[in-house]
Design a protein around this ligand. Structure first.
Ligand code: FES
Length: 124
């Protein structure tokens, strides 16, 4: 995805990463913004962005499953909350960063500033 245009605002610089139609509800895509590789999820029409790389080992969370707001890692099955980045189950024990998302018309923009919740386990 071409992320050539950017705007500034709360949450840092925003980079246009996708069109809304690229991400049907209940799906995720992998995008890049500000040097971060990000999993961008559409949860019932709302968009959320978390680190794409699992906090356990190298795996792309956007290639995993999305059920409601829960992302399941395709490699060993750790679960994360797509809204908050919080880890929900082993074998991962660390949460992943989140990124601000805004929609402008048909464009989806992601903030380049990684936001971290507490480093150690958060269980729902
Ligand atoms: S790499 Fe994600 S659970 Fe192991």
């Amino acid at each position: 995805m071409n992320a050539s245009s950017a705007t500034s605002g709360a949450g840092g610089e925003y980079v246009r990463v996708a069109r809304r139609g690229d991400i049907p509800a209940g799906t995720m895509i992998r995008v890049e913004a500000g040097g971060h590789v990000i999993a961008l999820a559409n949860i019932d029409g709302e968009f959320f962005a978390i680190d794409d790389t699992c906090s356990h080992e190298e795996a792309s969370l956007s290639e995993g499953g999305l059920t409601g707001d829960v992302v399941v890692c395709p490699r060993h099955g750790a679960r994360f909350n797509a809204r908050t980045g919080r880890v929900l189950s082993l074998p991962a024990v660390r949460s992943v960063a989140t990124y601000a998302v805004k929609v402008e018309g048909d464009d989806v923009l992601v903030g380049t500033e990684a936001r971290r919740s507490a480093a150690l386990p958060h269980r729902k």
